[in-house]
Design a protein around this ligand. Structure first.
Ligand SMILES: [Zn+2]
Length: 139
């Protein structure tokens, strides 16, 4: 009988954990996607720098003619400029998103009018002094 109770309890706990876990997981932030894109841009930038160094070397040892060198170098530099510009745009977008999240966090903070303690937006009583709090206006 005890074994049955124990195994039922374990089974129920497992089912509850299975159902609840995905609900508790933190949501993906839009920043995750942005940082993935930035990483790709940074990889492309590094690749171009490597290619430029190789081109420089090949030209110096005479494997690439002056004419080809100038043309290839121009192409690589144009591509590098394009990527650096894209990186700037990405960084600006990440900055904006961080600022937006900080602003939202600041707006959701609340203090007790009686003692000044920080309280959660959903609190109905101050945890510090017990003062009843008005429900916070929904935004
Ligand atoms: Zn208080």
């Amino acid at each position: 009988m005890i074994l049955l109770v124990v195994s039922t309890t374990v089974l129920v706990a497992a089912v509850v954990a299975f159902v609840v876990y995905p609900l508790l997981r933190p949501q993906r932030s839009p920043l995750d996607g942005a940082s993935g894109q930035s990483e790709e841009l940074l990889c492309r930038r590094d690749r171009i720098y490597t290619e430029l160094r190789e081109l420089e070397f090949d030209h110096r040892v005479g494997k690439v003619s002056d004419e080809d060198y100038v043309e290839a170098r121009e192409q690589l530099e144009t591509e590098a400029a394009r990527i650096l510009q894209a990186i700037d745009v990405q960084l600006k977008a990440i900055d904006d998103e961080i600022e937006r999240q900080v602003r939202r966090l600041r707006e959701s903070r609340r203090t007790c009018p009686s003692c000044g303690a920080t309280v959660t937006p959903s609190a109905r009583f101050c945890p510090s002094c017990g003062e009843p709090l008005k429900a916070m206006a929904k935004r």
